[in-house]
Design a protein around this ligand. Sequence first.
Ligand SMILES: [Zn+2]
Length: 269
Amino acid sequence: MPTVEDICSAMQSIAPLELAAEWDNVGLLLGESAQSVTRLMTTLTLSTTTVQEAIDRSASMVIAHHPLPFRPLKTITDASYYGGLVWKLASRSIAVYSPHTAWDSAKAGINQQLAELLGLQAIAPLEPTSIEGLEGCGTGRFGVVREDVHLAGFCEQVAAGIPDARTRTVDAGKKIRKVAIACGSGGSFLSAARRAGCDTLLTGEATYHDCLEAQAAGVNLVLVGHHASERFSLEVLARRLSGQFSDVECWASANEFDPVQAVRSASTS
Ligand SMILES: [Zn+2]
């Protein structure tokens, strides 16, 4: 039976922690290295819903893309949202591991998977890492589309390729040929996208001011939603770990949902 430490080692091969951003909080964030792992859940984010699922389905460990805790906690009590979640997990001996920006930047990580889902060619990191032994890894990705396409046509490909994409766009008037990819909140990748000569940046979400800047810079923005830009990769991760650890039951959270929803008409008949 693998231990928490064995799962951490497997995760280190999949998403080396050296790739994580300096500001990030990654690795084993909660738990005991020697504890056995029989049931492992992956999730994008630990929330009231996903923590409850981990408890109800007796998970021994959770791999949560977004770190919990992220910022230091002075108290671990249910008086705060995050303190309450950490307490629930700790009191049920559920370990938590977060790969976050290491998984974004890994060789077969989220950005690479997104670029492949969109069928991009000649995929390379937007900002390659200089860490020895980790060639081919780095933040973001960019690549070229098989055939130049207008924004509306590209959005159809996005809808077909990325599950649950809720696409919004900033049309900078360019045909789409070279696309930069940054999962999550990737507005800050605009300058890297421009340096790579991209006409389009696809990300989860961006601020209003990022949108104005993109338009002024002549770079189309394609915003698919933070959740949609990352969540699919936790299904991939669960399958990968399941293949590696045949005696562990691995699953991607079934109850997780995108908290951002479009307004539904109140007058449905
Ligand atoms: Zn994210």
